[in-house]
Design a protein around this ligand. Structure first.
Ligand SMILES: Cc1cc2nc3c(=O)[nH]c(=O)nc-3n(C[C@H](O)[C@H](O)[C@H](O)COP(=O)(O)OP(=O)(O)OC[C@H]3O[C@@H](n4cnc5c(N)ncnc54)[C@H](O)[C@@H]3O)c2cc1C
Length: 524
């Protein structure tokens, strides 16, 4: 690598780092991007195998990825190896930290659901008296959401509702709803709930990643250098100015340490990895808030019903199939009384299969039941919003180091009565609606997965106007170190029920545009 000083060092190449790189390089700013993971070629690195060719028949190898419930033998190599890069938590309060270390990060594998957040999330304190307000509103982010939706080619149905803001959508042709989706829609609307459709990033050529939508544009400017397999260990500081001036990083294979110089550093290593890096560098924490207010969404609550007319393969054409999305409907009205704050969205899918765990059977009689209900199931799944709480935090565990000798994170994140009450309400509401449609409940659970499971971990470096209560300002810039930015989900003040990535990218774009302007005018 040439011994030059870059304008900007970007750490991480996922949705957030890719977005920052695209904006900055298109404005003529030279960037170096370091990513801890290797470059992958999805066309050649993926090999299809049959379950019987695999030692665990496709199930996850026991003990390898204990916190990654999503892992199985088919996709095991896409996740961070927890033996190589561990983290710790109290066994009584598990945290599921799901990580990807590859060029492109999680953008290679995400589910692409792409929702805006609304002022019920950005102005949570004003609207509902819980959490805190962000220093920005939906109106501030609106133009950036629109641009990101254009790049990622987001499709969706416009609804004209402030709590579920519309975007710059490609037309979405959903076709006619099936009879069961129409029925549940009528029931939900009868209770005053909005019923909409999934909004998703279509991307290009079957991919909606940083690698195909953001980094090629940045590379085309001639202003971006990308170095994979470069694990940033700590940021370095100019002792005279207190500003960051680069980073020490390790080659993933040789473990050799190198230094790179830069005028500005933009962190985009994923919310918790960026926080870990700041903590290991001893930076940006005059507020004491670094690592605090870790949040993500509550997943796992689910109710499944069986439609009598569809059992035994007897569904008439048009009865089953399709989905309905109920954006958050709880606590939107002033004075609404529930035993929890905030709310949840609900996805209802028609035409699925029953799971073996629904029945107290085994062998032939279990198989008969699975076959009987196959294709006849209506599944309601919940996307709940967890509350941001000061006590929920990560810190450095100096006693444990990763394979490169870098101290790891300890996570202390617990749920409160609010999450449990919300989960119960969600399961009861789903059950009630499915029963009202005349369908038989096969399974109902108000149990939910541990924090982290939704893979939407945010917070830890929250933004705010008050440097005593926040780590970043409204431009994702460190209050303490003016040439240091963090553009991933670390800045989130509330997490919403909505999948978080569209908001991360809009924030990263807004921050990068601000940074470019500050560099142009010589302020930074
Ligand atoms: C299976 C799955 C489904 C998902 N579905 C959805 C969905 O439907 N909708 C949605 O909104 N979100 C979804 N998400 C979440 C979404 O993928 C993330 O919110 C988003 O990709 C985060 O982007 P990021 O750039 O902040 O972080 P990442 O994508 O994690 O990128 C961080 C990068 O930083 C690198 N890095 C980490 N540490 C270092 C270091 N010390 N030095 C150098 N580099 C480092 C990593 O290698 C990585 O490439 C899903 C995620 C997964 C895995």
């Amino acid at each position: 690598m040439p011994k030059q000083e870059f304008d900007v060092l970007i750490v991480g190449s996922g949705h957030s780092g890719g977005m920052a790189a695209q904006v900055l390089t298109q404005k003529g700013i030279s960037c170096l991007m370091l990513d801890a993971g290797p470059e992958v070629n999805l066309a050649t690195n993926r090999v299809s195998k049959n379950p019987w060719e695999l030692p665990y028949r496709g199930m996850n190898k026991p003990g390898r990825l204990p916190h990654v419930v999503q892992a199985n033998e088919f996709n095991a190599n896409q996740w961070v190896d927890e033996k190589e890069i561990p983290y710790t938590h109290d066994p009584a309060s598990p945290y599921n930290w799901v990580r990807v270390r590859m060029l492109g990060g999680r953008s290679l594998f995400w589910g692409r659901q792409s929702f805006r957040m609304s002022d019920w999330e950005f102005k949570s304190l004003d609207k509902e008296g819980v959490g805190d307000n962000w220093p920005i509103s939906h109106a501030d982010l609106d133009p950036f959401y629109s641009k990101v939706e254009g790049i990622f080619r987001v499709s969706g149905r416009k609804e004209g509702k402030a709590h579920f803001p519309d975007g710059n959508f490609l037309d979405a042709d959903y076709g006619p709803d099936s009879t069961t989706v129409k029925k549940i829609t009528e029931i939900a609307q009868g209770r005053g709930y909005l019923v909409s459709k999934i909004r998703a990033s279509n991307g290009r050529n079957g991919q909606a990643s940083s690698v195909n939508l953001l980094l090629p544009e940045a590379m085309a400017t001639g202003k971006l250098q990308i170095v994979p397999n470069a694990i940033v260990r700590e940021l370095t500081v100019d002792k005279n100015t207190g500003k960051v001036n680069g980073a020490n990083f390790l080659d993933r294979h040789s473990k050799q340490e190198l230094h790179v110089k830069a005028r500005v550093v933009v962190l985009a290593a994923g919310s918790l990895e960026s926080v870990r890096l700041l903590m290991n560098s001893g930076l940006a924490n005059s507020s004491g808030m670094l690592g605090r207010y870790i949040i993500d969404q509550l997943y796992g609550v689910q109710v499944v019903a069986s439609v009598p007319e569809a059992r035994g393969g007897s569904a008439a054409e048009g009865l089953m199939g399709g989905t309905a999305l109920l954006p958050r409907f709880r606590n939107l009205q002033k004075g609404e009384k529930n035993n929890f704050s905030k709310g949840y969205g609900m996805m209802i899918a028609s035409g699925g299969a029953a799971q073996p765990g629904f029945f107290a059977d085994y062998g032939e009689s279990l198989q008969k039941k699975l076959d009987f209900h196959s294709g006849a199931c209506m599944t309601a799944s919940i996307y709940g919003e967890r509350l941001p709480r000061f006590e929920n935090h990560v810190r450095i565990n100096k006693l444990v180091k990763d394979a490169w000798g870098i101290p790891v994170l300890h996570a202390e994140v617990k749920d409160s009565a609010n999450e449990h009450n919300m989960a119960k309400d969600a399961a009861d509401t789903a059950e009630d609606m499915l029963k009202a449609a005349g369908w038989d409940i096969l399974s109902k659970t108000d149990k939910f997965h541990p924090p982290g499971y939704s893979i939407h971990e945010v917070g830890g470096a929250r933004m705010g106007d008050d440097p005593k209560k926040s780590v970043l300002n409204k431009w994702n810039q460190s209050h303490d170190v003016k040439n240091l930015f963090q553009v991933d989900g670390g800045c989130f003040v509330t997490c919403g029920w909505q999948n978080t990535t569209l908001t991360m990218m809009a924030l990263a774009m807004r921050s990068a545009e601000y940074l470019a302007e500050q560099m142009k005018t010589g302020v930074i």
